[in-house]
Design a protein. Sequence first.
Length: 292
Amino acid sequence: MPGIGNRTNLNDGTKLTIINDIKHAYNNANAVEKIIYLNVFFFLLTVLFTAFSLEWLALPANFDSFLSKPWTLVTYAFIHERLFHVLSNLLVLYYIGNLFLDFYSKKQFLNCYFSAIIAGAMAFLLNYYFTSKTGAPLGGASAAVSAIFVALATKIPRYAIRLRFIGSVELWVMAAIWVVLSILQLATADNGGAIAHLGGAIFGFIYAKQMEKGNDIGRWIESIVNFFANAFKTKKSGPLKTVYKSGKRSTSEEVSKTKQRKINDILDKISKSGYESLSQEEKDFLFRSGKE
């Protein structure tokens, strides 16, 4: 029957279009949006294969179980069982994460985010290891989101965000409320998740303070990614090339320090007088720096 065949081809074409649209959206997304897409994908995976996801991707509270599944030190951050859990994390990540990129680089965002995942996981594991308690496996991006939130609030505490029905609220107040909610959860019997959140928040504070000194304590994440990227590169054979060394030292480090000092000066101006006090040149400079 021609009609059925045509309908099948149409459905196949529609599916391919949707897949291509998703690929295009992901490829053109910034670092924050790509993290959000990955969380949505794993949430759908968890909904479809709940038992598998909790068994093999969530972080177990038992240290011996963790040693048999070390990848869960990272994968737990992409596992959300409840819709409200994933929505709350991703909404905060979208707004705060994109603001984070206005003041930090993409690499610094990823370094902070993934380092905080591990910091939260270690706080969770150590809690159960030293208390000898048992608890549910850990899942969710809250530790990483807490780090991004607190790091940004430490960087620009007086930056005000206008909230509907409430008005302008300074960033440090919002971050403090976020952290207090985790502290209140410590009173519950299964408080491992709250401890992981606070572990991420503490890391975010330390990260921002170290960045003020020009020290990216999450850079080791970038080094690991580069290591594996280089390990899987196909080596091409070719003629030997002679490399000539110049007597001049690279000035990239000096340029980076100068740029960071300029960013810090602008942020100090925002803290004292607000974002609107910046000149257009300063606003453009911050925007370009956040996109690098």
